[in-house]
Every structure is written in C-alpha cells, then in structure tokens.
Design a binder for this molecule. Structure first.
Ligand SMILES: [Zn+2]
Length: 338
C-alpha cells in the first residue's frame, strides 16, 4: 500500500509502505474511505516539533473494515466505521469517566494518510454506521474523528450552556467546529475571532453572531466591549499558542471557563493571574469516542455539516500539496481521497 511519510520540515512524501497487519486480537484493519491533513500535522511540517526519523502521518480516518482480530466482535468486515484519533478500550476507569482519550490502553493514531490503516483497540474505538453512508456525508463523518469532536470538547470543557456567550479563539477547522458546537449547545451569542474573510464567512454560516478581527490586547478589549465589560461566559481556545491562551484567559469573565484544545506549544499560564481571575481552565485531547454516536446522529439528521471545513480535496497521492496549501493558508483543511 502507499501512504504519507514526513522526512523533514516541509518534506512530506507519498511512498510504498508495508501493508498493516493485525498484531493484537483487539486490532482491526480498515481500508481508508477518506482521510485528511490536520492543523496539528503542521507543527512538525513547520519545524515546531522535532522529526527524529522519517515517519508516517495522519490521525483522522473513516473507512471500510477489512479484517478484525479475534476480540473485535462489534464490527465486521465490510462495515463503514469511524473512530477517534486516540484509541480506547471504552471500558477502563478513565473511559467510563468520559475520558476515552486518556484510556489506560490509549494509542494515538499516526498512520492514517494511507490506503489501509491498523486500528489498535478497535474493539473500543470503532463505531459502525447502520449502512454505507452516501458520498455527501463522508467529509462530515471524517470531521467527527477529530476536528468536530475536538470542537465539541472545547465547548463542553468551556461549559457552554443555553443562552450563554461564547468566544472562539482560532479560525482553523477546530475553531470553526467549535462554533458549530457552541451553537448546538445553545450559546446565544458566539464571537468568532478571525481575520480571514473566507473563515469569517464559514463561522457566520456555522452560527457565529459576531466577528472580532483584532488580536492581543485589542482583541481582548473588543470582546469586553461586546460582553458588558466583563468578558464571555465560555471561551474555546483552539490554537495552542501563548498568544491564543492569553487571549482566551483574559477574554473570560470571572466565573467563566476556558476550554483549551489547541496542542500547547510554549504556552505557560501565570498562576497568580489564574488565581485572581476566577477563570476555570480545562482541556486536553478530546474524548471523541464518547461523542461519536451523538455526533454521527447529528450529521445524518442534517443538523450539523462540519465537512464544510474541507475547502480543498485532493487525491491521496498529492498529500504533499495538501500540506503545502494548508501551510500557506490557501486551504483551511485538505480532504484526501485514496
Ligand atoms: Zn479505556
């Protein structure tokens, strides 16, 4: 089979790789239906994470089950499945507490930009759809494996409630999905922070009520202006930079909450400032597995259409161009078709 391998910053190649095989009885092998490039894939691509040796890439997937290990009984070959970027047994104490992305048997997916993928912990990770979904649903179902589930978690962690005001920091795919989540969870006012016209347009389509283009102190001041001088009830931090975290913490009202889902890079939080702010802070890798059944239903019901974050579709063998387009911000998110 073939798949994407990163060799160095800016150097992603589509190469011949060994076919994946069942290693554990809890594994499954799927044939990729569609996959994609994640904003977090850009960290190593831009040299912000070290690349010690060439390695496969990709952690978002939907596909058709090809083969299952002996302990995988809830899905069978031929079924269409979705799973999280973090695998889980869905039964351990952390899974039962709703933190499947911190499963004691967790393995992060990392080989999904390929024709076939081995899914560890398939018994707890994969969710099958009732039937083969129509082609039009594939982008949205794919989005559930990471960005939509992550946007959902950001909104949950920030405790978005009906009638509340939410701010979304970050206009990448996760931020835009955060807007969808805030809307679905009943936020009355959703302030999207974005300075890119095409992303602002999508944010408004997804339910944002206000757009703030300013950043830093000006951005914080603008949010305060829009929220009676105190800040928002809930702020979704969907970037992972120090500036984004500061923006989030200082845009939240006393007693409000920040949900942070951007993978932090050189982010530090000032303990004194956090203490005196009365802002709640929770985040981490999203427990996507727990949200999948609900979110799959919302996609098939037509309530949500997170697949719209894909504004570039390429054949999988052009994965390198998919990275380049996102790196240069010509694309929000690249969908890849094997
Ligand atoms: Zn578990």
């Amino acid at each position: 089979m073939r798949g994407a391998v990163i060799h160095a910053p800016g150097d992603v190649r589509f190469e011949e790789l060994d076919d994946p095989k069942i290693i554990q009885p809890t594994d499954a092998i799927i044939r990729t239906a569609v996959t994609c490039v994640c904003g977090s894939d850009l960290w190593p691509y831009r040299g912000a994470e070290p690349i010690d040796a060439p390695h496969p890439m990709g952690h978002e997937y939907v596909g058709i089950v090809e083969e299952v290990g002996s302990e995988v009984t809830h899905v069978k070959p031929g079924q269409f499945v979705i799973g999280s970027f973090a695998t889980s047994d869905n039964t351990c104490v952390n899974c039962r507490a709703g933190y499947q992305s911190n499963c004691v048997r967790r393995e992060f997916m990392s080989t999904c930009q390929a024709d076939y993928v081995r899914i560890p912990n398939a018994h707890g990770t994969l969710v099958a759809t009732d039937e083969q979904p129509a082609e039009e649903f594939l982008p949205s179902l794919l989005a559930l494996s990471d960005v939509m589930g992550t946007g959902w978690w950001a909104a949950k962690a920030a405790e978005v409630k009906p009638g509340s005001t939410a701010v979304v920091v970050g206009d990448g795919a996760v931020g835009l999905c955060g807007v969808i989540a805030a809307k679905e969870l009943g936020a009355e006012r959703i302030i999207a922070m974005s300075r890119h016209e095409s992303r602002q347009k999508l944010a408004l389509e997804f339910g944002a009520t206000d757009i703030v283009t300013e950043r830093g102190d000006e951005g914080i001041a603008r949010v305060k202006d829009l929220t009676g001088g105190v800040g928002a009830d809930s702020v979704l931090e969907c970037v992972g930079t120090a500036q984004a975290m500061e923006q989030a913490l200082r845009s939240t009202r006393p007693g409000g909450n920040v949900g942070f889902v951007g993978v932090p890079h050189e982010v530090t939080v000032d303990g004194q400032e956090l203490f005196f702010s009365h802002v709640g802070l929770r985040g981490g890798p999203a427990p996507v597995r727990g949200y999948l059944p609900d979110l799959i239903g919302r996609v098939f019901d037509g309530r949500i259409n997170p697949g719209k974050v894909f504004d570039l579709t390429l054949p999988l063998d052009q994965v390198a161009e998919g990275y380049k387009a996102m790196d240069e911000r010509r694309a929000i998110k690249t969908l890849l078709k094997p």
